[in-house]
Design a binder for this molecule. Structure first.
Ligand code: 5GP
Ligand code: ZN
Length: 110
């Protein structure tokens, strides 16, 4: 079972900042901004593309979680990212939304 399946299933303890029927959210182990939260589907999908092909209800809950967490964390601007594929920086192959905020971000991203 993958590491995010273990976190979602409670096998690896994590403090959830948000929970709904289809998603959970917790802080990134190696934060890249003052606020760096991961929102993940409870079910396993390899990446955002596989999730998009399979389950639009879960995608909706991922974005609802991100919006509510941005508000509860007091973010006025923030960045949402789905690294999809190793060449784009994906290192955990269980789909996840990165919610980043609390500092300015450059564009284009590195
Ligand atoms: P990716 O590089 O796949 O887009 O993002 C994976 C993210 O998961 C990274 O930012 C990494 O720091 C984070 N991460 C990896 N393992 C764990 C873990 O066990 N716990 C938490 N909270 N974050 C993790
Ligand atoms: Zn998984």
């Amino acid at each position: 079972m993958c590491i995010f399946c273990k976190i979602a299933g409670g096998e690896i303890p994590a403090q959830f900042l948000y929970e709904s029927a289809k998603v959970v959210a917790f802080r990134d182990l190696d934060p890249q901004a003052p606020v760096h939260i991961l929102v993940i589907p409870r079910d396993h999908f390899e990446n955002a593309a596989e999730l998009a092909a399979a389950d639009s209800a879960t995608i909706s809950e991922l974005f609802t979680a991100a919006r509510e967490l941005a508000t509860s964390e007091g973010l006025d601007g923030y960045r949402i990212a789905f690294n999809t594929g190793a060449s784009a920086g994906q290192s955990v192959f269980h789909a996840h939304l990165h919610l980043l905020g609390g500092r300015a971000f450059a564009w284009p991203p590195g």
